[in-house]
Design a protein around this ligand. Structure first.
Ligand code: PMP
Length: 287
C-alpha cells in the first residue's frame, strides 16, 4: 500500500513529499516534533503530546500553525489514510521557509507542518522486551534546553549510532557528575534494591517524557515508591532493575549497562509489570 504524508495543507504521496530547501528545519534544525504511539488506530496520550508540542513551540517562539483541534484532525487523518492500526504518528513544525538568515524571519512567515504515520508491528517490541536491551553510557554533550523537543538531534543520533556499533540498543547520556541524564531517545530509570523507582527530575536536563509521566501514574495507582533524583552510572550498575521509556519503546527492560549485567540478566519483574499495565493507564483517544 502506498503511504501518504501531510505537507503544509496537502496530503501527498510519501515518496515524493518534500519541503523547500530554505525551510528553516532543513537549514538550522529550527523546529520541533512529537511522536505519538498508535494503538488499534487510536492515538495514545494525544492530549499530553499536544500539550508538550504547544510548549515546545512557545519556548522557541514559533507560532501554532493552526488551531490545536485542526492539527489533531490532521494527525488522525494521516493515521487513517495510511491505515495504521499499530505504529507511530510523527508531526514536525518548523519556523517555515525564508531566505537563509540566522535571525527569525518576518513573523508572518507561515510555519511548516509535516505529518507522517507508519506501521510498527506490536510483536516486534514484545520480542525485544522479552530479552531486554543493552545500553552504553556516553558524556552528555547536548545544549541545556533538551526539555524542548527540537529536531536538533545531532548529539542524539551520534550517540545512538555509537550504541548500535557497540551492539547496544540505547546510549545513556552522563552529566559532569557521573549521573545519568536520559537516553538518546528515551528516559532512563532504575529500580533500587528496595523496589523504589528512580529517575532524574524533569528539569531542563531531560525531556519530560510522556511515557515517563504515565509510569509515574502507574506507580501512584499501585502504591509504588518513586524518587525523582539524580543517580550515577555506578548506582545504575548495582540496581535491581533498569529500564527505558518512550512512546516508541514503551517500558523496555535494560539488562546490561556498559557490559555490566543488571540483576540476573533477565528483564526485571517490576519493569515487566509496568510494561503490562502501561496501556491501562495511558489515555487512548478515539480516532
Ligand atoms: N528523551 C528523549 C531525548 C527522547 O527523544 C524521547 C522520545 N521522544 C524521550 C525521552 C521519551 O519521551 P516520550 O515518552 O514522550 O516518547
Amino acid at each position: 500500500m502506498s503511504r501518504t504524508a501531510y505537507v503544509n495543507g496537502r496530503y501527498v504521496p510519501h515518496h515524493s513529499a518534500a519541503v523547500h530547501i530554505e525551510d528553516r528545519g532543513y537549514q538550522f534544525s529550527d523546529g520541533i516534533y512529537e511522536v505519538c504511539e498508535v494503538l488499534g488506530g487510536k492515538l495514545v496520550d494525544e492530549a499530553r503530546h499536544m500539550a508538550r508540542l504547544s510548549r515546545s513551540l512557545s519556548e522557541l517562539q514559533i507560532r501554532m500553525p493552526m488551531k490545536l483541534s485542526a492539527l489533531r484532525r490532521v494527525l488522525h487523518e494521516t493515521v487513517r489514510r495510511n491505515r495504521v492500526a499499530d505504529g507511530l504518528v510523527y508531526v514536525q513544525i518548523t519556523r517555515g521557509v525564508a531566505p537563509r538568515d540566522h535571525a527569525f524571519p518576518s513573523p508572518d512567515t507561515p510555519p511548516s507542518v509535516v505529518v507522517t504515520a507508519k506501521r510498527v508491528p506490536r510483536i516486534k517490541g514484545e520480542h525485544t522486551a522479552e530479552e531486554g536491551v543493552r545500553v552504553i553510557t556516553l558524556p552528555d554533550n547536548r545544549w541545556d534546553r533538551v526539555d524542548i523537543k527540537t529536531v536538533s538531534l545531532l548529539p542524539n543520533i551520534l550517540a545512538k549510532q555509537k550504541a548500535k556499533e557497540a551492539g547496544a540498543y540505547e546510549a545513556w547520556f552522563v552529566d559532569g557528575d557521573g549521573c545519568v541524564t536520559e537516553g538518546s531517545s528515551t528516559n532512563a530509570w532504575i529500580v533500587s534494591q528496595d523496589g523504589t523507582l528512580v529517575t532524574r527530575p524533569a528539569e531542563h536536563g531531560i525531556l519530560r517524557g510522556i511515557t515517563r509521566m504515565v509510569v509515574m501514574d502507574i506507580a501512584a495507582n499501585e502504591g509504588m515508591k518513586v524518587e525523582e533524583r539524580h543517580f550515577s552510572v555506578d548506582e545504575a550498575k548495582m540496581a535491581r532493575e533498569a529500564f527505558i521509556t518512550a512512546a516508541s519503546t514503551l517500558v523496555m527492560p535494560v539488562v546490561e549497562i556498559d557490559g555490566k549485567v543488571i540483576g540476573n540478566g533477565q528483564p526485571g519483574s517490576i519493569t515487566l509489570s509496568l510494561r503490562e499495565k502501561f496501556h491501562e493507564n495511558a489515555e487512548i483517544a478515539v480516532a
